[in-house]
Design a protein around this ligand. Sequence first.
Ligand code: SF4
Ligand code: SF4
Length: 251
Amino acid sequence: MTDEQSRDDESRNLPAGPESARPAHEVPGTPTAGGDFTTPLGPATGFEVTFSAMFKRRLTEQYPEQKKVTAPRFHGRHQLNRHPDGLEKCIGCELCAWACPADAIYVEGADNTEEERYSPGERYGRVYQINYLRCILCGLCIEACPTRALTMTNTFELADDSREKLIYTKAELLVGLTEGMVAPPHEMYPGTSDEDYYRGEVTAAAPGTERQEIHDTAAVDALAMAAAGESPDIVRQPAWRTAKEREEARS
Ligand code: SF4
Ligand code: SF4
């Protein structure tokens, strides 16, 4: 340590000691975040991170022009599935709602009748909502579903400009019809039981299957909204209720 440095330490009440105890920027030849200004090439050391980053592979993604391809089992937006004849797989059991750690799912089940049938068996999901303001896309709900009615897709674009739009209703979650399907309500395939459906023995709607008259107001509203390309706000239920409030409502 030089006499000048000792005097400097004394004037700042710093303990006298070896150079290693001094701040790095005060020790000659020590590179610091701002570069070493005591040698001719010293200032360039401040750009060390910049120069090294210039030669690395770029990680910038050109979203939304180029959308990233997700992993096959990516947990994205949910989907409510149908049987091959168009009937819904959801039986309104609410197991998904109970499994959800974020209380993001709201389900109301209702009874099927022979005049108005939406799913094989006794019950169907009359109201179904997922609140994507709450959902953490953990997938526990799809594990809990006993009928594989609820699965997750690879869609990850779940941003919108209002809270209302991020509460997805049954009309938005229910998958569309494909070949061989008839839109419910309609009868089950003649001579089959709900177990036959779950064993995969029904592969298409029976010839001549006709749609039944719809009395379910939630279904009518959802259909009207879907036809108009609107978000069916009028059938929205309080999916934002807490678990405690939901238990109180059930008791
Ligand atoms: S993915 Fe997880 S947080 Fe989202 S609805 Fe399902 S259980 Fe709830
Ligand atoms: S999606 Fe599955 S777990 Fe949820 S109510 Fe329907 S059948 Fe039950």
